[in-house]
Design a protein around this ligand. Sequence first.
Ligand code: 0O2
Length: 228
Amino acid sequence: MTTVDDNPRNGLVDLVEASADDMTRETVRELAGFRMRYKFAMDEVSTKIAILREEFEHAHDHSPIEHVRTRLKSPDSLLAKARKIGCPLTLEALEQQIRDIAGIRVVCPFVSDVYWIMEMLGGQSDVDVVEVEDYIADPKANGYRSLHLIIKVPVYLSDRVVDVPVELQIRTIAMDFWASVEHSIYYKYDGTVPTTLRDELGAAARTAADLDATMARLRSEVHGISVR
Ligand code: 0O2
């Protein structure tokens, strides 16, 4: 397992407390190598999703995916999250405690597409689904809906194979629209959203869920596709 250094005055701590000019080449190289593994895992999962999408489009009347976004946590937000959760600043601890360093958000037209993607990816022999949080079946108190998975995929490096976690958020266009507006409101109010706004967001989340159900029903009526 890679750690930057056993001495807490060195390694990642330097990234926070020293200026860029003071960073040792070794520290920068270690952190870059660490993040690179997550980028490779993200690229692998993105390719899997692209294959599923293209094959599905070939066989069906619609695309199961509206768009896909990927993001690799920057060193700054990685360190900020480590501090927030009290994670020691070693690569080993970051690897164990922070599983959303590589993140992929898949936005689908229909709820049935969301679960289809989970089933297709989860059924692949080199994909290990380590966690499922179904906020569609069980929305958060504020109305947030989305399907969250942590999956691990093997990354073949030159000298070894490492299993790397990737966080997947799979949601419909309606869920994504709600989440992006809610996210900007949450940040504008620094986490303390006024009650009236919170209530309206809750009502909007229910409207979004109704819209998902109506669209699925309409599609089913027109095309005879079963609604999950
Ligand atoms: P970012 O910048 O989006 O990555 P954890 O992932 O461990 O920090 P938790 O609560 O265990 O936190 O995970 P959870 O609930 O699965 O949430 C992870 C991510 O889901 C969040 O990432 C958001 O992207 C999204 N999310 C969760 N709840 C909400 C919500 O109420 N509203 C919106 N808009 N998004 C949500 P981060 O870490 O917040 O940041």
